[in-house]
Design a protein around this ligand. Structure first.
Ligand SMILES: NC(=O)c1ccc[n+]([C@@H]2O[C@H](COP(=O)([O-])OP(=O)(O)OC[C@H]3O[C@@H](n4cnc5c(N)ncnc54)[C@H](OP(=O)(O)O)[C@@H]3O)[C@@H](O)[C@H]2O)c1
Length: 283
């Protein structure tokens, strides 16, 4: 798996497995085990996914050494703020059965995320996390966070797929060497992504599927991707993107699919702020 360097020098795999909405613990564990056997070394979970334990069990069962796997988790809105973030982080470590995280992220740009960031800077200094970052931060809040604290986020995990390419946000991120990490690289199946004519034609030139064309495009754009699948065959299909290269013309064609707005989560929508603040759980 290709590695990418973060702004603090830490190297992380450029592609991994996401486990959002995989609430069945045995399905989650099985998918992670399949991914690790296939060669994945980056796993993306979150406190609010309710599957940190299953991810941790799979890592231990895989027989891989802890340092061989790059573990990412996130703190949810209910635990925004300095004290709550430290507490939630402790539970995340306990659930995953590890004593450090590779990447710890603020899940949503809501609540006292400044307090969360101070806690995360402290975790970074204490060596409890190797890198810290955010998710879903739009330019204004990202800029505010950067200007208010010492540590610049290493990553901003955002909705990023051919139909929502986040060009303006990524230009700002580039100034601070903040790596884009694509969630929903397949737009969660929207817009007929898995049978899209442009993506199908591009993939077909190399004997690849539309899904593989999308992942290769993200790879060449310097984006980290965490496609989710609970099917062994798709987990393997999604990992087979190292053996071909899209031409500049292919890249331009995919760039032209950008609709310029989110399809799944508009974090600036008041309805979403209400909805997401309402999500609470026992970690
Ligand atoms: N930070 C955030 O706010 C945030 C938000 C959303 C997601 N995420 C992270 O990003 C990860 C990925 O995003 P996502 O899960 O929302 O969406 P996604 O990866 O774009 O799409 C997942 C969907 O695509 C299907 N799929 C996967 N590979 C396929 C293939 N090769 N052919 C056909 N279908 C395929 C999966 O079905 P099967 O599983 O049935 O194969 C699933 O229905 C999440 O798991 C999570 O870790 C983060």
């Amino acid at each position: 798996m290709e590695m990418i360097r973060l702004n603090n020098g830490v190297e992380m795999p450029q592609q991994g497995l996401g486990v959002f909405q995989v609430t069945d613990q045995s399905v989650c564990k099985e998918s992670v085990l399949t991914a690790l056997e296939t060669g994945y070394r980056l796993l993306d979970t979150a406190a609010c996914y309710g599957n940190e334990r299953a991810v941790g069990e799979a890592v231990r069962e895989s027989g891989l050494a802890r340092e061989e796997v790059f573990l990412t988790s996130k703190v949810w809105i209910q635990d925004a703020g300095y004290d709550r973030t430290l507490r939630s982080f402790g539970k995340t470590l306990e659930n995953l059965g590890t004593d450090y995280l590779d990447l710890y992220l603020i899940h949503m740009p809501y609540g006292d995320y400044h307090g969360s960031w101070r806690a995360m800077e402290e975790l970074l200094r204490a060596g409890k996390v190797r890198a810290i970052g955010v998710c879903n931060f739009l330019p204004d809040r990202l800029c505010d966070l950067i200007l208010s604290h010492e540590v610049v986020p290493a990553v901003n995990q955002i909705e990023l797929h051919p139909f929502c390419q986040q060009r303006a946000l990524r230009r700002l991120m580039e100034q601070y060497q903040i790596r884009p990490m694509a969630w929903a690289p397949f737009a969660e199946g929207m817009n007929g992504v898995f049978r899209h004519p442009v993506l199908s034609a591009i993939g077909a030139q190399y004997g690849k599927t539309p899904a593989q064309a999308v992942l290769r495009w993200l790879r060449q754009e310097g984006v980290i991707a965490i496609p989710k699948s609970v099917h062994a065959q798709r987990i393997r299909e999604n990992s087979a993107v190292d053996d071909f290269r899209l031409s500049p013309a292919d890249m331009v064609q995919i760039q032209a699919l950008d609709l310029g707005h989110s399809l799944i989560l508009d974090v600036s929508s008041v309805n979403e702020v209400y909805r997401l603040h309402g999500i609470r759980f026992e970690q």
